[in-house]
Design a protein around this ligand. Structure first.
Ligand code: AOF
Ligand code: ZN
Length: 369
């Protein structure tokens, strides 16, 4: 078992978690300043171009105080195109005596430079306190930084026999209200929610992030995959607040694309493949637009393509204690695995009970930080 984070690093991790998603495309970072064993200030990253966590924590600190600073990510160094003052500089200027860093920043302009700057200025730097926790918290940033691709979380709700509807198409509701609310909460921090055209046709969802029925000020982008031009520009998701991206093929009808664009949606054209769209192309395109995290809500076709292409990084499976039977659809289609040894088996699995339902969540092994 790796060591638990220290008490102060845990506070920094909590501060980082409190702004998860809100700082995109910057990483969400927490910083805690400690003087004589007492916490004197706590900071978290502000949305760009606002101050970073360290700058926020240092703001209230008297200069030359000889304090310690606990940070969940390596303080940034100068690099071309930077929007804010390098944190390493600010830390040196503030007279910090010791810095504890959970994790190095893989940004090509930082990557050890922030730590080197601190050390060159005579500051004691310790690395690795809370590393596992900081890594888990920053998985979307780390994957996006390393690969240019967004971090994809595949979500589904199914019966004990793995179905998401009856043979006649009835699906409301398989899981209870608390489990549905738990899934819904995740829309509030991700950069984008993704669905296939079948889900839009069947459910006409708004796909907005709401809390207690109130639409939140920060909305994830909504990405709809529709190779054949099936979704109506009158669907509810086009009218809801927030950015909409429709991924389609070059073969889809031009007037349909124009009608979508007229609703304010962005139309992204990808190569058509035998089972839909070239997801690699699409994910690169949205990654380039700064989308670090995607919450993929289905249906089975989209989730199947995500697993087939090894694009799903994390799974949230809500399982209800109900048996549907018959020929109702399964949660994940696509080509699937031909051998169990090739199936997507999760690691670091967590199991939660939510009302009468169970949430099984964990990481796939296609990408590891
Ligand atoms: C930190 N503390 O809280 C965050 C950091 O353009 P800028 O100036 O906002 O810099 C963005 C980069 O800074 C970002 O890509 C990442 O490498 C780092 N983020 N660094 O010291 C923070 N959010
Ligand atoms: Zn910084």
């Amino acid at each position: 078992m790796p060591e638990q984070p220290s008490r102060f690093m845990q506070m920094a991790l909590d501060a980082a978690a409190s702004v998860r998603g809100a700082t995109s495309p910057n990483p969400w970072v927490g910083a805690v300043a400690v003087h004589n064993g007492n916490v004197v200030s706590v900071g978290a990253t502000n949305p760009p171009p606002g101050p970073h966590a360290e700058a926020a924590a240092l703001a209230g600190l008297p200069a030359g105080a000889g304090s310690e600073l606990y940070v969940t990510l390596e303080p940034c160094a100068p690099f071309p195109g930077k929007r804010t003052r390098p944190c390493a500089e600010a830390i040196i200027e503030a007279g910090i005596r010791r810095v504890v860093v959970a994790l190095e920043d893989p940004h090509p302009g930082v990557r050890g430079q922030g730590i080197a700057m601190l050390r060159a200025a005579g500051i004691e730097v310790e690395i690795g306190d809370g590393r596992a926790e900081a890594t888990a918290l920053l998985r979307p940033y780390l994957k996006h930084r390393q690969t240019g691709l967004p971090y994809v979380i595949a979500k589904f709700a199914a019966s004990l026999d793995g179905r998401t509807a009856t043979a006649s198409g009835d699906s409301k509701w398989i899981t209870g209200e608390a489990a549905r609310a738990r899934g819904h909460e995740q829309r509030a921090w991700v950069d984008a929610v993704m669905v296939g055209s079948g889900t839009v046709l069947a459910d006409d969802p708004e796909l907005t992030a709401r809390r207690d029925g109130i639409v939140l000020p920060r909305q994830p982008a909504r990405i709809v995959l529709d190779a054949r031009g099936r979704v109506s520009p009158g669907a509810r998701l086009f009218a809801a607040p927030g950015k909409v991206i429709v991924a389609t093929s070059t073969a889809a009808p031009g007037p349909w694309k124009q009608a979508l664009a007229a609703t304010g949606a962005q139309v992204v054209e990808c190569e058509a493949t035998a089972d839909g769209l070239n997801l690699d192309q699409l994910l690169h395109a949205v990654g380039e637009r700064g989308v670090m995290s995607i919450w993929a809500e289905g249906g089975a076709t989209l989730l199947g393509s995500l697993f087939d292409g090894h694009h799903a990084d994390e799974v949230w499976a809500f399982i209800a204690p109900v048996v549907i039977g018959g020929t109702g659809p399964g949660a994940v289609a696509g080509r699937g695995a031909s051998l169990i040894s090739e199936a997507s088996r999760l690691e670091h699995t967590v199991i939660e009970t939510i009302g009468a339902d169970v949430l099984v969540r964990g990481y796939t092994t296609y990408w590891r930080p």
